[in-house]
Design a protein around this ligand. Structure first.
Ligand code: FNR
Length: 370
């Protein structure tokens, strides 16, 4: 196999046999109440695991205030650990490596998703923000939010640390901190959503503090070799914007480089959250630019096809490429790419929530043609 995607690569202490990673994908099929993974989720990850293949779990809620999509799994309670252990064991049985994506929705939530019906939390209250949440009433506009007090921000870092610890108890191989797509960490990073005047707002250094403290907290649990960070420097999903994204993300990538994390996971331009973005006003920043300041393993995601993924790795811009939507509809995606088999199309209508339909019923190629 001379396809560069099948050249082994190191990720922290792990040796991956191929460079086709499964991107984190919110599917909202955890068991309710309790938001713990059940048998269905274990089957889904099992189907997508491969020998020496890398999987990032779907965004997993680190604190009871962090849920924005009913059905997202959590890691804020010990009772959620056994369900995750089943997922991890299934992936390990296939020889795969799986990291847990740690996430807090911040203002992309709704009072119906919050403990005691209180307001969702954010760095700042910003007028004109229009987000969405998924509640028992389906997709609804995000409700008004409130700004976290400084002591609460410190407490939130601790919630991320505890979540990282539970992830370890569940047997994951590491954690990925979700700093993209307009959720809480991204809300702190970008000045369109962070208007604080304490040490978590204002300068780039201050706005990056929350992410960097969380990263250090995760490292205190896992060691730097088993912690990754995901950033979306070009994304506007969740009402994100910044007055100088190039300076912001260059600073953040350089700081993460200094911390020596296992990898940096970047969402490329052209993708708006979970769909193509045809608008021309995106900042054309991502792997190609941040490669200059981040020297560790780089994972790129966003709108890739097997051929474009191979060229990005070939030119040295990324070490791995994560596929999202094609991994939904092709559980055996690495094998299909290896063999040159055609890729199945995905059905958007079953992305979020529901049953096994559009989740565990996409067949592997051999089965499809048998
Ligand atoms: C996503 N994406 C995403 N990103 C993330 O960091 N955490 C998550 O939980 C999710 N959830 C999610 C759900 C669904 C249904 C989609 C389609 C996307 C973004 C995803 O990881 C990836 O960046 C994009 O899908 C772009 O890659 P593709 O799909 O073009 O390969």
């Amino acid at each position: 196999m001379n396809n560069v995607l099948f050249k082994p690569v190191r990720l922290g202490p792990y040796t991956l046999e191929h460079r086709i990673a499964m991107a984190p994908l919110t599917r909202m099929r955890s068991e309710q109440p309790g938001s713990q993974p059940g048998e269905l989720m274990a089957t889904y990850y099992d189907q997508r695991a491969s020998q020496g293949g890398f999987i990032v779990s779907e965004a997993t809620v680190v604190a009871p205030t962090g849920d924005g999509y009913l059905g997202s799994p959590g890691i804020y309670a010990d009772a959620q650990i056994p369900g995750w252990k089943r997922v991890v064991d299934a992936v390990h049985a296939k020889g795969g490596v799986i990291f847990l994506q740690l996430y807090h929705a911040g203002r992309q939530s709704h009072v119906d998703m919050q403990p005691d019906g209180s307001l969702p939390v954010a760095p700042s209250v910003v007028d004109g923000y229009e987000g969405v949440a998924y509640t028992k009433n389906g997709w609804v506009p995000a409700s008004p939010h409130r700004a976290l007090a400084e002591a609460e921000v410190v407490g939130m870092v601790e919630q991320f640390r505890l979540a990282a610890e539970r992830g370890k108890q569940a047997g994951f191989d590491g954690v990925e901190i979700h700093g993209a797509n307009g959720y809480l960490i991204d809300q702190f990073l970008q000045d369109g959503s962070n208007q604080r005047s304490d040490r978590y707002g204002g300068s780039i250094e201050n706005r990056a503090r929350f992410l960097l403290e969380i990263t250090r907290a995760a490292i205190s649990v896992w060691g730097k070799e088993r912690v990754g960070v995901r950033l979306g420097p070009s994304g506007s999903f969740g009402g994100m914007h910044d007055s100088d994204p190039e300076a912001l993300f260059t600073y953040v990538a350089a700081e993460l480089d200094a911390l020596g994390i296992a990898y940096l996971h970047l969402i490329e331009p052209r993708v708006l959250g979970n769909a193509e973005d045809a608008s021309k006003d995106q900042n054309p920043l991502a792997a190609r630019m941040l490669r200059k300041v981040f020297h560790g393993t780089l994972v790129a995601a966003g709108g890739f096809k097997p051929e474009t993924a191979a060229s990005l790795v070939e030119e040295g811009t990324a070490d791995l490429v994560a596929f999202g939507r094609y991994f939904i509809s092709n559980p055996d995606l690495p094998a299909r790419i290896a063999q040159g088999w055609p890729l199945a199309d995905y059905d958007r209508d079953t992305f979020y929530g529901g049953t096994a339909v559009g989740y565990t019923d996409y067949p592997a190629y051999a089965a499809a043609t048998a």
